[in-house]
Write a protein of this length. Structure first.
Lengths: 565, 333
């Protein structure tokens, strides 16, 4: 370790620093303070000088610390304001409810805090600062791993846990004994004239470097490899099959580097869905959801698999997760002549634990006008002022309260012809006229399974033919988790090493007595980083060394009482 | 016994534990006032006893070596040097804490048996477990360092949280939400509460450190019991050791949470509100650890970071759980 400064706190006799660690940033408590030239007129800096100045500022401890605190502070808005990534509906609701504040917050990027330029700037600067800090330290540590412990300082009495004893053992034997004792305790040792210098705890710095490098690793994994993945959602009604192509998703978000070729070919079919609920404390609570799927890869046959909330199904590296479930009433819409213009199950999204559900049926073609139905489905209904409410998540078998589908009817422009994406599960009432239901002169439709009803104005008829179950699944391909886990484990392991392995140097020196004087042995230690138990460790070392010396055969006995000063 | 009876006994045990903790708090408060009296009489009489016996390691009479000199560790006025033995109030208070803790843990076990699962799956249970672990960590740290002077702080926080939970968050024993049916519930949440316990004790030590620093600079003359606390530098070192353990647990919590999220939600990190706050807390304590290694930030500034970090932990477990929308919606309320 070469000395670079004039202000070393504890220079040793050969001029090497035993305290300052020049490869730490200069404002690290273990680093060597840089003379900031206080009061002295600094020379004008040229471009390189400025770059060097900024680089030193960026890689200083203080800058890293402030960037860390800014990172924490910058993340706060991400929890106060709904985020596009985790809560897109919340963002839309916020825009509707507070259009004015929305504009301001949106211009600041607060609805996508974690991808906003200012948040990215903070963490990118932090990581540049981190890399700038670890590269020189890495080099220094690799050198230190090959180097032998530094020369014993001339004056040990200024160091931690200094202890001095006299002994009749001759210096060479004492040092040999010290050397083997330190080696047994896991120290790396180097003998100098009448002294032994020892260092241990290299793993502390190794762990520290692993921790910081793994942090960079995780950032790269998420930022670069994460872009090769994709994610999509799909609602699957019982019996329906899904093929893993972009067009078969209800919603699909590609990663930056993924395209249609990234989608592994497979098919997925929902056979049955078995929910279990428990009635307890006056209400129904979900107990277990199991979706029985069949999956098939090209050339294979259908295989049965069970999908649960905490156990995704893996198909060739693509994961399928169970997100939600509900009922899908099956309806058939006919034109006045009796020809079927729409038929099939329609997923109604549940609004509460008892599966009071809402949904929309859109019939764009085949009738005189475009028609939409909007309303409720209740598996075990009770009547309320606004519609039905369900009191149980199971389908009622009680003849007085059979499952009911309550619909309002709209006509007009469904907005499907413009080519823009339209949410299939909600109705934009602009351009639509309500012709039956709440707040119109015509009562809404109230249907049980097997019922059919004529639509107002002779538009046609609708029949409620049955009830299916549906599940919503999240389909996800992400190449990163294995790497992320690897780096996370390195982070944890590195952290534990860097926090709990003490790194210390100790010295044992034998000073030969002149004439009839006894040999004096000195012990002292130096902490390298946090090391609250150093003094105790040096004391124990001294004690053990003395015991060993007492056991050395052949040494002349002596009355120690007289030597005590 | 039926689950309902067990759950009722659990509630009874929680209230009993609270009562015992309140008594412990009173005794700790009396201990602090006794310390004030001792500190005042000590400073009124002579200066604090300065002579500390020189530490010498015992070398047996038959040994060939003899101790010549040993640099004595810096003399720090600790509760034992200034206030002498622990006061009767403190010993009573600490005994009460242990009794209260045993009752508290009993309440947890009863609740767990009543529900047939780990007792930390809704907010009420979570507070119950979290406070039990805070007290547990407080007791555990005593094995290493005497920090009983924090007793009033710990018992006050625990009683307030338990009271809040019993009155506002109580829900009867219910089935486990399918999203929580995972081994990670046992690991992730338990380690999170462990981290919280260490952060709580660390936060208390940092508060004591800040107060002590002000006293050492000549302030806070009206809080004489501080004179019986360890020096601010000693408090800082103990706080650091405790918080570092908490930080290791917190790092693990974050990772275990990510693994679980990957299983349950299909992504290991999605900036859900709870994830955001876990991240904020982690970064704040990372900042604390760096601050301690930065010139000009060691001491009071890093202590403030520890306190801010612990405040964020408390905010995360109460306000974020109750009022922020997100996927971690398991309060049961």
């Amino acid at each position: 370790m070469a000395s670079r400064t004039r202000s070393n706190p504890t220079p040793s006799d050969d001029g090497t620093s035993v305290v300052g660690d020049p490869l730490r940033p200069s404002d690290h408590v273990d680093g060597t303070p840089v003379d900031d030239g206080g009061g002295v007129t600094q020379p004008r800096l040229n471009l390189v000088g400025y770059l060097r100045f900024f680089w030193r500022q960026l890689t200083s401890m203080r800058t890293a610390l402030i960037l860390l605190l800014l990172l924490a502070l910058g993340a706060v808005p991400g929890s106060l304001v709904p985020q596009r990534s985790s809560d897109p509906n919340g963002v839309v609701a916020y825009q509707t409810n507070n259009p004015d504040t929305f504009k301001i917050l949106d211009s600041l990027g607060l609805f996508s805090t974690f991808t906003s330029p200012w948040f990215s700037a903070i963490y990118l600067l932090l990581f540049v600062s981190l890399v700038g800090c670890i590269i020189p330290r890495l080099k220094h540590h690799l050198d230190a791993l090959r180097a032998k412990p530094p020369k014993t300082p001339a004056r040990l009495e200024r160091l931690v846990g200094f202890t001095s004893v006299t002994t009749t053992t001759d210096p060479a034997a004492a040092i040999a004994e010290a050397r083997s004792l330190l080696k047994r305790q896991g120290y790396r040792v180097a003998s100098y004239e009448n002294s032994v210098s020892a260092e241990r705890g290299y793993l502390r710095e190794t762990g520290n470097l692993i921790f910081h490098i793994a942090l960079v690793g995780i950032l790269l994994t998420v930022g670069v490899f994460g872009s090769f993945g994709y994610t999509g959602q799909r609602i699957l009604v019982q019996g329906e099959a899904f093929t893993n192509v972009i067009g078969d998703y209800d919603s699909y978000e590609p990663g930056r580097f993924s395209d249609e070729n990234s989608l592994q070919p497979f098919q997925l079919r929902l056979d049955t869905f078995e929910p279990k609920y428990l009635f307890q404390n006056g209400g129904w609570a979900p107990e277990d959801f199991a979706a029985n799927l069949s999956t098939r890869v090209p050339g294979g046959s259908w295989t049965k698999q069970t999908l649960k909330v905490n156990s995704p199904v893996d198909i060739g590296g693509t994961q399928v997760y169970l997100l939600g479930n509900g009922f899908a009433p099956v309806v058939t819409v006919k034109n006045p002549k009796g020809a079927v213009v729409y038929s099939g199950p329609v997923a109604f999204l549940s609004q509460d634990n008892n599966l009071t559900s809402t949904g929309v049926i859109k019939v764009p073609d085949g009738l005189a006008k475009q028609v939409a139905f909007q309303g409720f489905f209740c598996p075990t209904p009770v009547t309320t002022t606004t519609g039905c409410a369900s009191i149980s998540p199971y389908l009622s078998k009680n003849a007085k309260a059979l499952p009911v589908l309550q619909l309002s009817v709209f006509t007009g422009d469904l907005g499907l012809d413009k080519g823009a994406a339209v949410n299939a599960y909600s109705l934009n009432e602009d351009g639509l006229t309500k012709i039956a239901g709440f707040r119109t002169s015509v009562p809404g439709l109230d249907l049980h399974v097997g019922d059919s009803a004529e639509l107002p104005n002779g538009l046609g008829s609708i029949e409620f033919t049955g009830i299916d179950r549906f599940v919503s699944v999240d389909i996800h391909h992400d190449p990163t988790p294995a790497f992320a886990l690897l780096f996370a484990l390195l982070i944890l392991g590195g952290l534990l090493l860097s926090l709990f392995v003490p790194r210390r140097r100790v010295w044992i020196k034998a000073v030969p007595g002149r004439g009839t004087q006894l040999t004096r042995i000195e012990y002292a230690g130096l902490a390298r980083g946090e090391d609250p138990t150093l003094a105790r460790a040096v004391a124990e070392l001294a004690q053990r060394h003395q015991q060993h010396l007492d056991d050395v055969p052949g040494a002349a006995a002596d009355d120690p009482g007289e030597e005590r000063t | 016994m039926t689950p309902a009876t067990l759950a009722a006994y659990s509630v009874l045990a929680v209230y009993s534990a609270m009562a015992v903790y309140v008594l412990a708090f009173i005794a700790f408060a009396l201990d602090l006032s006794k310390r004030s009296a001792i500190a005042q009489s000590a400073s009124a009489g002579a200066q604090a006893p300065a002579s500390l016996s020189r530490a010498t390691t015992g070398t047996s009479g038959a040994a060939k070596t003899a101790v010549l000199d040993r640099a004595a560790p810096p003399a720090v006025p600790t509760s034992s040097t200034v206030a002498g033995r622990a006061s009767r109030f403190q010993r009573t208070a600490y005994a009460l804490v242990i009794v209260g803790w045993v009752v508290h843990v009993t309440a947890l076990v009863l609740r767990g048996v009543a529900s047939g699962r780990v007792p930390w799956s809704d907010l009420y249970e979570f507070v119950m477990t979290g406070t039990a672990i805070m007290v547990g960590v407080f007791i555990f740290v005593q094995l290493w360092r005497d920090v009983k002077f924090l007793g009033a702080y710990i018992t006050a926080i625990v009683v307030l949280l338990l009271g809040l939970a019993s009155v506002n968050f109580y829900v009867p024993v219910g089935p486990l939400n399918p999203a929580l049916q995972s081994v990670w519930l046992v690991i992730h949440v338990f380690v999170a509460t462990l981290g919280t316990g260490f952060f709580a004790v660390g936060g208390g030590l940092s508060i004591a450190q800040l107060l002590q620093t002000r006293r050492e600079m000549g302030g806070l003359a009206r809080v004489p019991f501080l004179a019986t606390f360890p020096a601010s530098e000693v408090l800082e070192n103990i706080a650091y050791r405790v918080i570092v353990v908490g930080f290791a647990f917190w790092t693990f919590t974050l990772m275990a949470g990510a693994i679980w999220a990957e299983r349950a939600w299909g992504r290991y990190w999605g900036w859900d509100t709870k994830e955001v706050w876990t991240f904020i807390i982690w970064v704040t304590f990372a900042g604390y650890i760096h601050a301690r290694a930065t010139r000009g930030w060691r001491g009071s500034r890093s202590a403030w970071l520890a306190i801010i970090g612990f405040t964020a932990v408390m905010f995360n477990f109460t306000v974020v759980n109750l009022f922020f929308k997100g996927l971690h919606a398991y309060t049961g309320l």
